[in-house]
Design a protein around this ligand. Sequence first.
Ligand SMILES: NC(=O)c1ccc[n+]([C@@H]2O[C@H](COP(=O)([O-])OP(=O)(O)OC[C@H]3O[C@@H](n4cnc5c(N)ncnc54)[C@H](O)[C@@H]3O)[C@@H](O)[C@H]2O)c1
Length: 666
Amino acid sequence: MNFKEQIKQGIPAVLPSAKPYPVAANRAPKRKDILSTDEKQLAVRNALRYFPKVWHQELAIEFAQELIDFGRIYMYRFKPNYVLKARSLVDYPAKCKQAAAIMLMVDNNLDPAIAQHPEELITYGGNGAVFQNWAQYLLAMKYLSEMENDQTLHIYSGHPMGLFPSSEEAPRVVVTNGMMIPNYSKPDDWEKFNALGVSQYGQMTAGSFMYIGPQGIVHGTTITVMNAFRKVLNKGESAKGKIFLTAGLGGMSGAQPKAGNIAQCITVCAELNAHAATKRHQQGWVDELIDDMDVLIKRVKVAQAKQEVVSIAYIGNIVNVWESFYEQDIYIHLGSDQTSLHNPWSGGYYPIDMSYEESNRLIGEQPEVFKSKVQATLIRHAEAINKHTALGTYFFDYGNAFLLEASKAGADVMAKNSIDFKYPSYVQDILGPMCFDYGFGPFRWVCTSGKSEDLDKTDDIAAQVLKTLMQDAPEEIQQQMQDNITWIEEAKQNKLVVGSQARILYADAQGRMEIAKAFNDAIHAGEIGPVVLGRDHHDVSGTDSPFRETSNIYDGSRFTADMAIHNVIGDSFRGATWVSIHNGGGVGWGEVINGGFGMLLDGSAACERRLKSMLLFDVNNGIARRSWARNEEADFAIKREMARTPKLKVTLANRVEEHIIDKLSF
Ligand SMILES: NC(=O)c1ccc[n+]([C@@H]2O[C@H](COP(=O)([O-])OP(=O)(O)OC[C@H]3O[C@@H](n4cnc5c(N)ncnc54)[C@H](O)[C@@H]3O)[C@@H](O)[C@H]2O)c1
């Protein structure tokens, strides 16, 4: 059977034989053994729903074994034999282009060049799943191949519930991931309901098929590090010879040294897993590898003296670096952390004085001991950071739940009011006021022809649009526009493409709409093939996350999730090709609600209408909320948008004089 025939078939008619696990694959960690015997039976019963009765005897034994061995039922033998990668749009068997575009994006998220644990359908972040098992993948792709442009596929946490009649204007796919009744949204609930096969952790872009490899995170990290240095340096002062100390060289954290190099500083990045550090070194994402603290200290002092731009991976625990640099009087300008503390108990964060291998053994054998070691390390970690910040280091939480987990462990990270943290999150200080409140966020696109020439043309179009807009842009957003023009002009030479022909940049509502319209015009003129638009959920409006995306909301509403829900509903009836809403992502299950969209541009007039309507709402929904929260930058941005768009009428906040509030007695 060829590729198209296999897709159209869905679950194969003949039972495929069991497969050995591929030797070179990076396997997902064994998950917690959390189900009771009755629940394990239920998990197998649930899994067998996908298959004809005649296979049940054989598959029941195999699936029970997968549950014992890995804590999940992945249905390995149903993984298709064809190569999983984004093909050209025309290679997919589909009755409508929109469905083919979604198939392309699904396959891109399972491409072994992109996905962290491709055999377990995990794209990134250790648990960010596209589907829970291979049967769901096969069925979803079959439905997409049959879909006509007046049908919608509803996907519940990876499970394709079915194709429902809708209309041409409706989204082709609606995805929900990990939506739980709020009282059942603790981390162990994820373990349990995911093991039962009824829920999944979609992270932010894995479960919405919008992950585009490391490029997205390189861009976001570059913007963050550059703007963080702008906060601590004098105007015009260079970051050369100044230290950025952080940890993690994994899926997304691995972007830090590359971003540090683009920002022109000395990056020291600790990584306990020697394989992860070596991989990043071989890929050219970090310049030097050092596994000895004395050598590291000498090297860093030389780099400081020579004002070098260099990135150094230290193979070891980050806590040792913070402590040793303090003893050695090495001044750190910027400090952060990107260990996986959204997932602290199963390998996201490693305790001090233990090797990577010892830690992993302890997780399986004595999870409670492991947990107490992690918490003790977090306390020590925070103590060392506090010593540096007392000297002037600027430390920010990098959206990995470091301060949240450190506070739960009892570390000294709380502010005097015992509500806030001592240190800002990168959104509170940097991305929120400098980007999100103005509407700047991670806009991305994929050229569905798969041709690099198309990507080059879209780069040129985007740069041209931004340069034109910059001519009339107010002072407040000039810096962001210039950073993104520089980024897009250098993007090709920075060789950022892995998997599909994708690009990212930060743009505001006007920028996104103008760029999308210019792409649609170029498609109409036959200059490029169709383009998928999308964005990271980590954006202005898509995500409610009190310790990350909405951490700079100070009116008490940061623990609400209305904005993300309005966003996904609003996008869905304004023309998105697919929409998704997730519990979890980045900071952890139960800690965030985030959503996003995908939109296929095909060059049509209908598409132009849809992109204008949807992108305007997709960005301004969040700006309106941020303005209502009294954020000055958002107030500026929404007034500017209302002046441009007469049909937009947003409720504006009146600011009360503080002395009136101060005089109140309760
Ligand atoms: N704010 C953002 O934009 C943003 C972006 C990316 C990632 N994140 C968050 O950052 C975290 C990391 O993401 P990732 O995809 O790189 O995860 P990952 O699990 O692939 O990588 C984390 C790395 O940290 C290492 N590590 C853990 N404990 C350590 C310790 N004590 N010392 C040294 N190294 C240690 C691990 O070995 C691992 O390689 C996640 O929580 C993610 O949600 C935030």
